[in-house]
Design a protein around this ligand. Structure first.
Ligand SMILES: Nc1ncnc2c1ncn2[C@@H]1O[C@H](COP(=O)(O)OP(=O)(O)OP(=O)(O)O)[C@@H](O)[C@H]1O
Length: 252
């Protein structure tokens, strides 16, 4: 049920972050180049899935996009502007290990709504809606810390969705989950995308990448090797590294 929020609490009134651009972005640590000359522009629409072998730089790329870390060279811009607090409020990020407050399930969602300026009178309905979507309504009063891994991740995603982000980053959100729990998370991601949120996600699960991706960004050794519509990527990758990766032969 869409909320008919008052102008004061319209979460979507903040400045846009799209298109999100990385221009010649590099990240160095000592003599090591972790991310190398990355150019990428993301706009609303397609679900972008970033794949590549361990250590390719997928997580770092998400963190650079979200403004959690700064590049040592190049620039990250959100709708033409440097990353800043107000624009960051239009984004949410979900990690492999859900980061939850030591409070009840409902209080976890209520907290982010408060931080995002949603009026107290609206919060209860929004919390109920978020938990309903996540299939967690019956656990609303339980401590978030005692939930199963799948329930915790659904809560983390429901909490992210509750703030109606323009962009949702997900860093291997199902890697600790069994197949049924992973599918429940995928359904939520689909719903969030259908509601208009841009999805940018990393995964190691090729089945999941095939199910969810509209486009694939393939990374290897800190570089963007190719960016291709998903169907074309899996049918006929453009580069040898991507072909080897899809065939399961490229491990590092
Ligand atoms: N703070 C840091 N200092 C030095 N090296 C780092 C730091 N953070 C990450 N790295 C290195 O940067 C490389 C890329 O890391 P990143 O976590 O982005 O890889 P990834 O593609 O997400 O890998 P995985 O699939 O294993 O999660 C790795 O070799 C990692 O060891």
């Amino acid at each position: 049920m869409p909320f008919d929020a008052s102008p004061r609490t319209r979460l979507t009134d903040r400045p846009s972050v799209l298109p999100l651009r990385l221009d010649a972005v590099a990240l160095e640590a000592g003599r090591h180049t972790l991310i190398d000359s990355l150019n990428l522009e993301l706009d609303r629409g397609p679900r972008t899935i970033i794949i590549g072998p361990n250590g390719a730089g997928k997580s770092l790329t998400l963190r650079l996009m979200h403004g959690l870390i700064k590049p040592t060279r190049g620039a990250v811009t959100w709708a033409g502007a440097a990353p800043g607090r107000r624009r960051r409020m239009r984004q949410a990020m979900v990690f492999q290990q859900p980061v939850l407050l030591r409070r009840s399930v409902a209080a976890n969602v209520r907290y982010v709504l408060r931080v995002h300026g949603v009026a107290r009178a609206e919060r209860a309905a929004r919390v109920a809606d978020a938990l309903e979507r996540a299939g967690l309504a019956h656990l609303a009063r339980r401590s978030a810390r005692v939930l199963s891994g799948g329930e915790q991740q659904r809560l983390a995603i429901a909490r992210a969705h509750a703030i109606q982000p323009e962009v949702l980053f997900l860093d291997e959100p199902t890697s600790n989950l069994d197949p049924a729990a992973a599918l429940a998370v995928e359904r939520m991601i689909d719903e969030i995308h259908a509601a208009g949120t841009k999805i940018v996600m990393t995964t190691h699960d090729m089945g999941q990448a095939r199910r969810l991706a509209d486009e694939i960004v393939f990374m290897h050794r800190g570089r963007l090797i190719e960016r291709t519509p998903a169907a074309a990527f899996f049918a006929d990758p453009q580069t040898q590294a991507a072909r080897d990766f899809v065939a399961g032969q490229l491990l590092v």
